[in-house]
Design a protein around this ligand. Structure first.
Ligand SMILES: Nc1ncnc2c1ncn2[C@@H]1O[C@H](COP(=O)(O)OP(=O)(O)O)[C@@H](O)[C@H]1O
Ligand SMILES: [Mg+2]
Length: 363
């Protein structure tokens, strides 16, 4: 075998699956644990009445985290303001906009996958939505991956559109072939590496690859709704993420990479289950408080609204047909007085923040 050279396109990137021992005890153990925790999360989600609200906030959080891995950084504050001001361009900061595109790309990917499967076309469409571009697979040469700190070249992906398409085609077959010999979570780890190693696009590969992870889990029915997001784990363990991807290429260190991803699934599934439970509880408690305050004018849509959009303003209530301007203003003031929402003045606008939910989300 020719030695891998960081500076030359890795056209000899082998297709999946790699020739490794899938019955390694460490991997098996980690697999059982990750599947158990993920199963608990899936089971709990299936008991929930209104998963839409929940997904919304989790997806937004993931959009923020996954973009942050690529140094597209927004604060919670900028992001939630952008969400609620989606129609008034002026209020939007450009990173927040890109984060919102990530969310759209994820939702569009879900829809496309359900209609047409997890295919190369779906993957390309996700990247196009995310990057807001018509460009598809890389046509030009010269894409290289550099160490984000030292800028030294660490990897040069395969070159040439035809070759890249062949590799994606093979990845697509691997994703969709359901032989029972590889655990789906291990498969997700293999697929994520492979996609990043093919690196089919000029930019957006990291984010598209992470969207693929959650789509894959739903595709294989390990989750019924998209709620497991690994980016916060990756942020916490970012150096390893880069290092382990590289070590698969250079030394075939698959076991380490697979264990990393299984650990990411275990930890994140446990955290997510905990978070969702707390959000549900908070929502129920908040509904009771709001009922007490608003009495006969109580409206459950208002509760839904502040749990879908942790930042609201008067116009949000108007736009969602909850109340007319004056009444909306009275409602929000009442909720602020009861410390359910915290008012925050920004220029002429007052945002009302569901601060308890924000605390849960950012922890
Ligand atoms: N050595 C490596 N080999 C393959 N892929 C890597 C390696 N190091 C990092 N990556 C992947 O490349 C991604 C960055 O690629 P990029 O196209 O810039 O993504 P994005 O635009 O979403 O910023 C990282 O998030 C990671 O998933
Ligand atoms: Mg990038």
């Amino acid at each position: 075998m020719k030695k891998f050279n960081r500076n030359i396109p890795y056209n000899l990137l082998p297709d999946l699956p790699p020739d490794i021992d899938m019955n390694d005890t460490k991997i098996l153990k980690a697999c059982i644990e990750a599947n158990r925790l993920l199963g608990e999360l899936k089971g709990y989600c299936q008991t929930l009445p209104d998963t839409k609200l929940l997904i919304n906030t989790l997806v937004l959080q993931e959009s923020k985290d996954s973009s942050a891995i690529e140094n597209i950084v927004t604060t919670q504050d900028e992001l939630y303001k952008a969400v609620i001001s989606i129609d008034d361009e002026v209020n939007q900061n450009s990173n927040a906009k890109e984060v919102l595109l990530y969310r759209e790309a994820l939702y569009m990917g879900m829809r496309m996958m359900k209609q047409r499967g997890l295919t190369t076309n779906t993957i390309v469409a996700i990247m196009q939505k995310l990057k807001n571009t018509d460009a598809g697979i890389r046509k030009t040469t010269g894409t290289k991956l550099a160490n984000p700190v030292t800028h030294e070249i660490i990897y040069t992906p395969p070159d040439g559109e035809t070759l890249i398409r062949e590799k994606l085609k093979s990845l697509e077959s691997f994703i969709n072939l359901d032989k029972r010999d590889i655990d789906p979570l291990v498969k997700m780890a293999l697929v994520h590496y492979q996609f990043e190693a093919i690196h089919p696009f000029g930019d957006g590969n990291g984010r598209t690859g992470r969207i693929l992870n959650v789509l894959f889990l739903v595709h294989k029915e390990l989750l019924s709704i998209p709620v497991l997001y690994l980016s916060s784990f990756i942020i916490e363990n970012k150096t390893e993420y880069y290092k382990l991807l590289q070590k698969v290429t250079e030394y075939g260190s698959w076991a380490e990479w697979i264990l990393y991803m299984l650990k990411a699934v275990s930890e994140t599934a446990a955290l997510t289950l905990n978070k969702i439970t707390q959000i549900q509880r908070l929502k129920e408690d908040t509904a009771i408080m709001i009922k007490n305050i608003m009495k006969y004018s109580y409206n459950s849509e208002l509760v839904d609204l502040i749990f879908t959009f942790p930042y609201v303003k008067i116009s949000s209530l108007e736009n969602n047909n909850i109340a007319k301007r004056q009444t909306a203003s009275i409602y929000l003031k009442k909720l602020a007085k009861a410390d359910i929402l915290v008012p925050h003045k920004m220029g002429k606008e007052i945002y009302y923040i569901n601060h308890r939910l924000m605390n849960l989300l950012s922890n």
